[in-house]
Design a protein around this ligand. Structure first.
Ligand code: PHE
Length: 447
């Protein structure tokens, strides 16, 4: 399907899919959710979820995408024209818009922080001054709306240019650079005074804290971070050519993604404990502490701006993949032009993003919603970034394991490789383990 576009190489696909996976989910969401859920135990459950629950679903999504060559709605329709499966595709399309709506708010923060860093606002900052800057920044509602609009526009612009021309090129350069700065930050953070307390929080699990909520959030984080449960990886898989080795590609993607999240934790927690901040500080956690770390690094004036620039681009390669799902749907199923689809969906997303942009202090009501007692952004993240992705992943596993059938999926998977050593494990995981665990975890939280 040349008209839809293809990745140029296997490395291209790994980079683009890692570009989707690695983003604010690793560097913003993982640390603050870990902090909120008590630290090390959450990390442990997260790691187990990645391997046992999420990785099998990743392979399932990519193989479904490559086999059908379609967006999620098209993929389910093609394999099962009758029955309700296509609604699972629609759920993915809607989830993409909804996640993008608040994700772009945080992505806007990275742009704002880049500007602050460049203009020297972060020189010699202590934690109180940093918290003050952050508080003023997020409650400036005009600025928040502007940054949201800028980020959505950037995303729309890249997506309107098409798959390999836009997405791949961005991912190619970014990752190694981001990785380099993360290493630097990590070295500084773990050598700060009292870093040990942070490491203990991050690494020494307290099993008494095991609750359904911790498990649900850890599993949700695994799906969120690997861009699963809404068809991103079906869509990205649809651009992979047949000769490529899917098990090895997906293994690398999961490895990169998890590695970077774990690194982010090693950066954030030692520093948080070193300056005596609260690890459960919520969505602002990372933005409060990073400027403090940069003030303590020689050359922080240069590394600070560079870091926020790279983080903006890492966020962009993820927002692109969020927008790509609804856009691919409108191109394939409704025959829209790519440009039209990108601009229209982008505009709708912007409207949905407004309450989130105002929810971190900009407007009182959105910052603490009645009944649920959380901010609009937190609520949206819970509904779409956690529950919807978990439900989506559950049905993808059921679909691939039982409806399309794992034996058919395996035929697709082994097209690029003769020996898939984990074929048996994958089959068991996708048919039984993954869906059963997701169901139990969802139900245990609800009941
Ligand atoms: N995985 C991305 C991140 O960690 C977010 C994302 C979720 C992207 C779902 C696409 C789909 O930042």
């Amino acid at each position: 399907m040349a008209s839809r576009g293809n990745w140029n190489s296997k490395v291209g696909f790994i980079l683009a899919a890692s570009g989707s996976a690695v983003g604010l989910g690793n560097i913003w969401r993982f640390p603050y959710t870990t902090g909120k859920n008590g630290g090390a135990l959450f990390v442990l459950v997260y790691l187990i979820s990645v391997i046992v629950i999420a990785l099998p679903v990743l392979l399932a999504e990519v193989s479904l995408g490559r086999f059908s060559g379609k967006n999620p709605v098209g993929a389910f329709k093609e394999l099962r024209p009758k029955g309700g499966w296509k609604y699972l595709g629609y759920l993915g399309v809607i989830t993409g818009v909804m996640i993008l709506s608040y994700y772009a708010v945080i992505a806007g923060w990275t742009v704002g922080y880049f500007v602050k860093a460049v203009t020297g606002k972060f020189n010699q900052l202590d934690s109180a001054a940093s918290a003050q800057i952050f508080g003023g920044f997020v409650s400036d509602w005009k600025l928040q709306l502007l940054l949201l609009a800028i980020f959505i526009f950037l995303t729309v612009y890249v997506v309107s240019k098409g798959v390999s021309g836009g997405i791949e090129r961005f991912s190619m350069i970014l990752m190694p650079m981001l990785f380099g700065i993360l290493i630097l930050l990590l070295i500084r953070s773990v050598t700060l005074p009292n870093a040990a307390a942070g490491l203990e929080f991050y690494l020494k699990p307290n099993f008494d804290a095991l609750t359904p909520k911790v498990i649900l959030e850890a599993m949700g984080q695994a799906f969120f971070s690997l861009s699963l449960g809404m068809g991103t990886m079906i869509t990205y898989g649809s651009y992979v050519s047949k000769g490529e080795n899917l098990p090895s590609a997906t293994g690398w993607i999961a490895f990169f993604d998890t590695f970077i999240a774990v690194m982010a934790g090693f950066i954030i927690f030692p520093a948080i404990f070193s300056v005596g901040m609260d690890p459960a500080g919520g969505p602002g956690l990372v933005f409060n502490i990073l400027p403090v770390i940069f003030s303590k690094i020689p050359g922080g004036i240069i590394f600070g701006p560079l870091f926020f620039a790279l983080l903006s681009i890492a966020a962009l390669t993820s927002t692109i993949s969020l927008l790509e799902v609804p856009v691919a749907y409108f191109i394939d199923e409704k025959k829209w032009h790519r440009r039209t689809a990108a601009y229209i969906v982008g505009f709708v997303t912007l409207l949905f993003g407004v309450p989130s942009a105002l929810s971190q202090g900009g407007l009182e009501w959105f910052s603490k919603l009645p009944y649920v007692n959380m901010s609009f952004l937190d609520l949206w993240d819970l509904i779409w970034g956690n529950l919807s992705l978990s439900i989506g992943a559950f049905f993808v596993a059921i679909f691939v394991g039982w409806i399309w059938k794992s034996s058919n999926a395996l035929m697709e998977i082994t097209k690029g490789t003769e020996n898939f050593k984990f074929a048996f494990f994958w089959m068991i995981a996708v048919k039984f383990i993954s869906p059963a665990l997701i169901l139990v975890i969802l139900l245990s939280k609800i009941l």
